[in-house]
Ligand binder design. Structure first.
Ligand SMILES: Nc1ncnc2c1ncn2[C@@H]1O[C@H](COP(=O)(O)OP(=O)(O)OP(=O)(O)O)[C@@H](O)[C@H]1O
Ligand SMILES: Cc1ncc(C[n+]2csc(CCOP(=O)(O)O)c2C)c(N)n1
Ligand SMILES: [Mg+2]
Length: 330
């Protein structure tokens, strides 16, 4: 008899897979999970494809994230990248590398989080395949695929033009504040993560923590922006200043942001990452799609890629895993 909640090391790959497939469905593909590969329709004739990996250590800590949180976030960050092209997500492929003492209930929690995020953020998109392997470091690598309608061009980072307005949809700063809460309030004397005590958090802090652990990017607004003629777009994963710099450099322009348009906490909005808001530019004559708000304007290229209140941004902005993660502290 197997234990009520066996570890993956006590099960076979087939049993683990069956447990996952019982929860991620239903498939929307011509051939879903279970064969050597999925077969998907490619509406519009083009496939949008992206991959993003969550690794225990630099990307999440098990003391802070539940299995459901991880599945949700792994889906959400990928759905946001598809949306940022002006596309509609159609399928996820999920590679899981897990230590062999991982409980089956944990694997099921990941599957539930993946499915819930698809249902909430990109209805019609589902897990259509993946891979299982064993590793000392828990890792989720999710590939997302998407479709562009036949008459729609992908929205690139390089299309912003002087005179365009700069707009954003979705939260800015909350996920970064949530990460700050985790590191400042939920670590022990050695700096190791400890479980979150939700009763110790204010309502506003709970919102910030949820934005970090279960981000809700405005996925459907990506295709809306494309239909409304967005000239450039990307999701804000590493912080507004850093990502706006990438958009400005790709477009050969400068992006001028107004801090007064960035809410009550402009510092977090400028440098906090992981909200996966959509940053887009629109020709000044266009009316913005519902859900977008103006935060600045595109100018002819000057010395600085990004200006905040007409001054080059001098703070340290955004996340770079090679610079910002310390393997020594995990
Ligand atoms: N190992 C790699 N091989 C080939 N292309 C890569 C590799 N890593 C990144 N890229 C490409 O480089 C570009 C920038 O990658 P990056 O991960 O910074 O952007 P992103 O996917 O939008 O990030 P985020 O997931 O944080 O939104 C993307 O087009 C990505 O596909
Ligand atoms: C435990 C823990 N440590 C650090 C972070 C911060 N962090 C990780 S990935 C990322 C941005 C997007 O990454 P990418 O550009 O690689 O997709 C940020 C800000 C975290 N979330 N959890
Ligand atoms: Mg992106």
């Amino acid at each position: 008899m197997s234990a009520p909640d066996p570890t993956v090391g006590e099960l076979s790959e087939g049993r683990i897979l069956a447990g996952i497939l019982a929860r991620v469905g239903p498939s929307h593909a011509a051939v879903g999970p279970g064969d050597d590969a999925a077969v998907l329709a490619a509406p519009g004739g083009r496939v949008v494809a992206t991959v993003d990996t969550l690794v225990h250590g630099p990307d999440f800590r098990l003391a802070w994230s539940s299995a459901f949180d991880l599945g949700w976030k792994a889906a959400a960050v990928n759905l946001a990248d598809v949306a940022a092209m002006g596309a509609r997500p159609t399928a996820l492929l999920v590679a899981l590398a897990m230590p062999d003492d991982t409980r089956m209930s944990f694997v099921e929690g990941i599957a539930d989080g993946l499915r819930a995020a698809c249902d909430a953020l990109a209805p019609g998109c589902a897990v259509e395949g993946g891979d299982l392997t064993v590793s000392d470091t828990l890792t989720l690598a999710v590939t997302a695929l998407g479709a562009l309608d036949a008459d729609v061009s992908p929205v690139l980072r390089s299309g912003a033009r002087p005179g365009d307005v700069v707009a954003v949809a979705g939260a800015l700063g909350a996920a970064g504040r949530g990460l700050g809460l985790l590191f400042s309030r939920f670590t022990d004397a050695d700096g190791s993560p400890v479980a979150v005590d939700h009763s110790a958090l204010s309502a506003a802090e709970r919102v910030d923590l949820a934005a970090q652990l279960r981000p809700e990017p405005p996925v459907a607004l990506g295709a809306d922006a494309g239909r409304h003629g967005a000239t450039a777009m990307m999701d804000v994963s590493d912080g507004l200043v850093l990502d706006a710099t990438r958009l400005a450099d790709a477009s050969g322009v400068s992006v001028a942001l107004t801090s007064a348009s960035l809410g009550a906490d402009p510092a977090s909005a400028l440098t906090g990452g992981e909200d996966h808001a959509l940053l887009a530019t629109f020709g000044a004559a266009e009316s913005l799609p519902a859900g977008f708000r103006v935060i600045g304007e595109v100018r002819a290229r000057g010395e600085a890629s990004v200006l905040v209140d007409d001054r080059p941004f001098t703070g340290r902005g955004g996340w770079d895993p090679y610079r910002d993660w310390d393997a020594g502290t995990g």
